[in-house]
Design a protein around this ligand. Structure first.
Ligand code: PLP
Length: 384
């Protein structure tokens, strides 16, 4: 199996699992306990917080542990909304469902939300964000890079805009951290989502960066963990794993960027020479080094993914609703037709892929496409 689905999740790095395993075996105490085992567990947490802060370029007391990206996004949006009690929020039309559905929830509670559109290359339109700003805008939330296309968003410009108007700015950096060079140092971002399992850490753990002085309310209530913002006994081994993943990312990021860029481009160029109709979805250069989203005219990508699933792990951005495939809303927002979106496939390479694997994946995909072209197209895309 050649794993080309690293934007869905990444394999846990062996250095990470070693760190977690020794923590599970040795440091099992409750970090809130005053005895030695409690103190040891607390040390693990604080040590990880330090490593993460150092990796991201912020202060350690600006890092709050959560259960992952969905929670960090919910805490950012709902936490700011609860603090202000009413107001207007700006986000983009291509955010992850953990942002879009939180915004829909906030709309149902009386908040106003603007969903800024993107251009044909998947980049949020800065002018639309600028024009959407109102006197009562309390938050702008835009992702650093898109999970389907890998397109990197103009967060620098948007954060400058937010700062100019005194608006809190949240960035969902789930897909960018550990995949590209990244630092918060000197940046006007107020809140940032960190997701461990997207860069070789474990699932079920993440963090939220909260710039000192940012006002937000908790969304969970309990004891006073995580400086009162996120109660619940800490996932100590997960935190140890996230810390280790950050340490490795800091050490290896240069190599990771050059390796994944090379493999991604090799994948695209080889596929394009075998299947000349292939088109790239998204911006050619403003893109994560590891992400390739392509459309193959005349094909249904769900069928392609199904046909190659025992050899190559890939994904489509489409969703299954009542047995019918609905096209990716990210691609639709970029102006693709239903047929174009339904013929699109995402291939996301990782640090452990090899050139040999890419050659094999190209062969598998090319053979599958040729076979599918010989047969008449399925009447309806099937999904379960
Ligand atoms: C951009 C983005 N934000 C948030 C999330 C949610 O992360 P999690 O599933 O760990 O809660 C994901 C996961 O796919 C993502 O890609």
């Amino acid at each position: 199996m050649i794993y080309l689905d690293n934007n869905a999740t990444t394999p846990v790095d062996p250095e990470v699992s070693d760190a977690m395993f020794s923590c599970l075996k040795r440091d099992f105490g409750n970090p809130s306990s005053s005895h030695l085992l409690g103190k040891k567990a607390k040390e693990v947490i604080e040590n990880s917080r330090e490593i993460i802060a150092n990796f991201l370029g912020c202060r350690r007391d600006e890092i709050y542990f959560t259960s992952g990206g969905t929670e960090s996004n919910n805490l950012s949006l709902i936490g700011i909304a609860l603090y202000h009690k009413k107001g207007h929020i700006i986000t983009s039309a291509i955010e992850h469902p953990s942002v879009i559905n939180t915004c829909l929830h906030l709309e149902s509670l009386g908040f106003d939300v603007t969903y800024a559109p993107v251009d044909g290359e998947g980049i949020v339109k800065l002018d639309e964000v600028r024009q959407s700003i109102r006197k009562n805008t309390i938050l702008i939330s835009v992702m650093h890079s898109n999970n389907e296309t890998g397109v990197i968003q103009p967060v620098e410009e948007i954060s400058a805009l937010a700062k100019e108007h005194g608006i809190t700015f949240h960035v969902d950096a789930a897909q960018s951290i550990g995949k590209m060079h990244f630092s918060l140092a000197g940046s006007p971002v107020d809140l940032m989502t960190v997701v461990s399992h997207k860069f070789y850490g474990p699932k079920g753990i993440g963090a939220l960066y909260v710039k000192n002085g940012t006002n937000l309310k908790p969304i969970l209530f309990g004891a006073g963990h995580e400086m009162g913002l996120r109660p619940g006994t800490e996932n100590v081994s997960g935190i140890a794993g996230l810390g280790k993943a950050c340490e490795i990312a800091k050490r290896d990021i240069k190599l990771r960027v050059s390796h994944t860029t090379h493999l991604r481009d090799m994948l695209f160029n080889s596929l394009r020479s075998n299947i000349p109709d292939i088109k790239l979805n998204g911006h050619e250069t403003k893109r994560l080094p590891n992400t390739l989203n392509i459309r193959i005219p005349g094909l249904t990508s769900i069928d392609l993914v199904e046909n190659i699933k025992d050899q190559v792990a890939a994904s489509t951005g489409s969703a299954c609703h009542s047995g019918k495939q609905s096209p990716s809303s990210v691609l639709k927002n970029m102006g693709l037709s239903d047929a174009e979106a339904l013929s699109s496939i995402r291939l996301s390479v990782g640090k452990d892929n090899t050139e040999e694997e890419i050659k094999k994946a190209v062969e598998t995909i090319t053979n599958a496409v040729n076979e599918m072209n010989k047969k008449p197209a399925a009447k309806k895309p099937v999904c379960q």
